[in-house]
Design a protein around this ligand. Structure first.
Ligand SMILES: NC(=O)c1ccc[n+]([C@@H]2O[C@H](COP(=O)([O-])OP(=O)(O)OC[C@H]3O[C@@H](n4cnc5c(N)ncnc54)[C@H](OP(=O)(O)O)[C@@H]3O)[C@@H](O)[C@H]2O)c1
Length: 331
């Protein structure tokens, strides 16, 4: 079967097209014929080696890239009673979806409703689950609360705006260009401002009567985190859930005190998908919202196993708006 693997860490040149044997479903797992894979910034972080020493997301080389996908169960391993061949399933945070077949632990694979196309399912679970726990579990958003979402036209940004609005919160958003700002507005953000070298903070503070927001969602890290502190209200929450510009290595906790007794958290999706029931609960909400039209996730671009490098480049050059899909089989 065709796969895209990395045997060492680095730039797009380390992606290798390898013809590998079709794997066998080990006990407790499913062998899935992958129809579509989601393409994520996390694939780039993985390729660059940023998870080399991670305990949450241990990567072992060689690694078949891709940690999100949807397809049809081809075989079930010993002991699996929850799924059967022919089931349509979606999963994330399991490596190996840049391939024609993937082995997925049964507890991590959710059944996809018949009415939901598999390509939409493949681009919805990783961002959907992430935005879901960020909005509801970490931010505890609701009426009377306010939040700021950075990188608002990105894969997670677009979903987070919609879930935050749905909760009743007031949503501010930042992004880097007028075109991207239009996307964030379309997703429902109440006020969208360009970063403008940190001057977005004044706009956010002014719009909140000088107070700042309750929760700042920061996926950018190094270049934005200290501005995020300035945009939060006293005793507000900073959620640094990504580091696309690099991670902050020189933070003194005293800065949180000086910024208004802030709370800072660096959460991870794996800790918010602890068992099959938790995954099912998030999936039901995300799939249900996609089906009733209250959540919109549009596919930002279509790629194949022959040109996935182009998608990686679009992410790294900051050209990707929303969520691309990797078509493993023709639609
Ligand atoms: N903690 C978790 O549970 C969790 C779960 C899923 C993903 N993540 C992380 O969340 C982050 C976002 O993931 P995503 O797939 O949704 O990506 P994305 O937001 O679609 O893409 C990244 C966005 O970041 C902004 N950006 C700012 N500085 C950048 C830079 N130096 N290089 C590239 N982009 C830059 C760009 O938007 P502007 O041009 O508008 O700034 C860009 O569109 C990643 O770090 C990912 O690993 C974390």
């Amino acid at each position: 079967m065709k796969t895209i693997q990395i045997h060492r860490y680095g730039g797009p040149e380390v992606l290798q097209r390898i013809d590998a044997p079709v794997p066998v479903a080990a006990p407790g797992t499913l062998l899935v014929r992958v129809h579509h894979a989601g393409i994520n910034f996390m694939d780039i972080h993985t390729r660059q080696g940023k998870y080399e020493t991670s305990r949450t997301y241990p990567v072992r080389l060689p690694c078949t890239l891709g940690m999100e996908g949807a397809g049809v169960v081809a075989a079930v391993g010993k002991g699996v009673t929850t799924h059967q061949p022919g089931d349509r399933v979606a999963w994330c945070i399991v490596w190996g979806s840049y391939a024609e077949y993937a082995v997925v632990p049964a507890w991590q694979a959710v059944k996809v409703p018949d009415a939901l196309p598999l390509d939409l399912a493949a681009v919805s679970v990783f961002q959907g689950y992430t935005a879901h726990y960020l909005a509801h579990d970490v931010g505890q958003l609701g009426p009377g609360k306010s939040c700021l979402v950075h990188a608002a036209s990105g894969g997670i940004g677009q979903v987070l705006i919609q879930l935050a609005k749905r909760s009743g919160a007031r949503v501010f958003a930042t992004t880097s260009s007028a075109d991207k700002a239009a996307v964030a507005r379309e997703r429902g953000a109440d006020l969208v401002v360009l970063y403008d070298q940190g001057r977005f903070v004044e706009a956010v503070r002014e719009a909140t009567g000088g107070q700042g927001v309750d929760v700042v969602y920061d996926s950018i890290g190094k270049t934005s985190l200290r501005d995020s502190f300035r945009a939060a209200r006293s005793r507000g929450l900073i959620v640094n859930y990504g580091n696309v510009s690099g991670s902050v290595k020189d933070l003194d906790p005293l800065e949180l005190g000086e910024s208004g007794s802030l709370f800072l958290t660096r959460p991870r999706l794996a800790d918010h998908l602890r068992d099959a029931a938790e995954i099912r609960r998030r999936a039901d909400d995300i799939f249900g919202a996609l089906l009733d039209g209250s959540l919109k996730i549009s596919i930002a671009g279509r790629y194949t196993l022959d040109n996935v490098e182009e998608a990686h480049a679009a992410f790294e050059e900051r050209r990707m708006v929303g969520k691309p899909v990797l078509d493993i089989i023709n639609r």
